[in-house]
Design a protein around this ligand. Structure first.
Ligand SMILES: [Ca+2]
Length: 329
């Protein structure tokens, strides 16, 4: 009710002002009056990144010129974008006060956790063997779950996975009662197992013959696999086949042989696509000419993903021998 008396003269003033303003409308010369009113108030805001015990603040306040930080650990700063290092693990409430030159201010608070465990790792896979490097921070012990029903508490384990597959590997970083987990899917590539075609000569010479070479297939003595074996009895006889392999991989080959000599045989060679001889030896003699014996040898591939298996008749020895059932793993 008190305002009623005041309202009347105020209304009158507004009416006079409107009449005054309208009096300019229609004038040939237009006059503009700019009324600039600064009524924006400071707004405090910030973001931050945490690296171990160090927190870097990025001030995003508006309409402010003066800043005051309370880091929640009894320390403070008046920098615009301070970097603060905490002395101990804990949860701290950060308060930023942003003020303008007219003593107007605003506050913004957030709670941050510093010094708690943070799990992370990197790894290098070599076929099924994976070497893990633990890059966790603020942890005193660790638990690995490799996703293949095995675990480890080593800091930097080397783990051999059972087979080619994708495994979900989870690392838990532990410090007292506080834990943090990090999980990453790892695709582990298995060993490439080559395919040898017609490995037991049951399809005759198919896949084993190249231009210029020749050999016989034979049924006696009784082959260890099926009914046929390869017989190399003359100069120039050989068997040959090229097949795909994994690079930088160790392989074991097995085959059966029988010779008419206890000392002689042919020359078996593994050569890769770059011309490197990965294995070469005599197939050797056998105790008798009636029974095949199994031979085993190993070789390691290099950067070529193919090899050629070749067995040639030993012209100098001139001894007849037989081969059957090549396998590789
Ligand atoms: Ca056979």
């Amino acid at each position: 009710m008190k305002n009623r008396k005041l309202n009347l003269p105020m209304k009158s003033i507004w009416i006079y002002m409107l009449l005054f303003l309208f009096s300019f409308v229609g004038c040939e010369q237009e006059d503009y009056v700019y009324l600039e009113v600064d009524n924006s108030l400071p707004k405090a805001d910030y973001s931050y990144t945490i690296d171990n015990f160090t927190v870097s603040f990025s001030n995003s306040s508006t309409d402010a010129t003066v800043y005051s930080w309370d880091f929640g650990d009894g320390t403070s700063s008046t920098k615009k974008n301070p970097v603060h290092e905490y002395k101990s693990k804990g949860k701290y409430t950060i308060t930023l006060t942003a003020a303008d030159n007219n003593d107007k201010s605003d506050k913004h608070s957030e709670e941050i956790a510093v010094g708690f465990p943070k799990a992370s790792f990197t790894y290098i896979a070599d076929k099924l063997t994976v070497t893990f490097t633990n890059t966790s921070t603020n942890a005193s012990s660790y638990l690995w779950d490799f996703g293949d029903n095995t675990t480890s508490t080593e800091k930097n384990p080397v783990h051999v996975f059972p087979s080619e597959a994708t495994y979900s590997v989870k690392l838990t970083a532990i410090d007292g009662d506080d834990t943090n987990e990090y999980t990453e899917d790892i695709y582990v590539v298995g060993k490439f197992i080559p395919t040898i075609l017609n490995p037991s000569f049951e399809d005759g010479k198919t896949y084993w013959q190249e231009e210029g070479n020749n050999f016989y297939t034979t049924t006696g003595p009784t082959p260890p696999d099926g009914v046929k074996g390869a017989k190399l009895s003359k100069n120039g006889h050989s068997i040959v086949q090229t097949f795909e392999v994994g690079i930088n991989t160790d392989y074991t080959m097995r085959y059966y042989t029988v010779s008419k000599s206890t000392t002689g045989g042919g020359i078996i060679t593994i050569t890769d696509g770059d011309g490197n001889i990965l294995y070469s030896d005599n197939t050797g003699g056998t105790p008798d000419a009636s029974n095949y014996v199994q031979r085993t040898f190993t070789f390691s591939t290099q950067s070529s993903n193919q090899v050629t298996l070749k067995v040639v008749h030993d012209d100098a020895a001139g001894i007849e021998f037989r081969l059957d059932y090549f396998t590789i793993e």
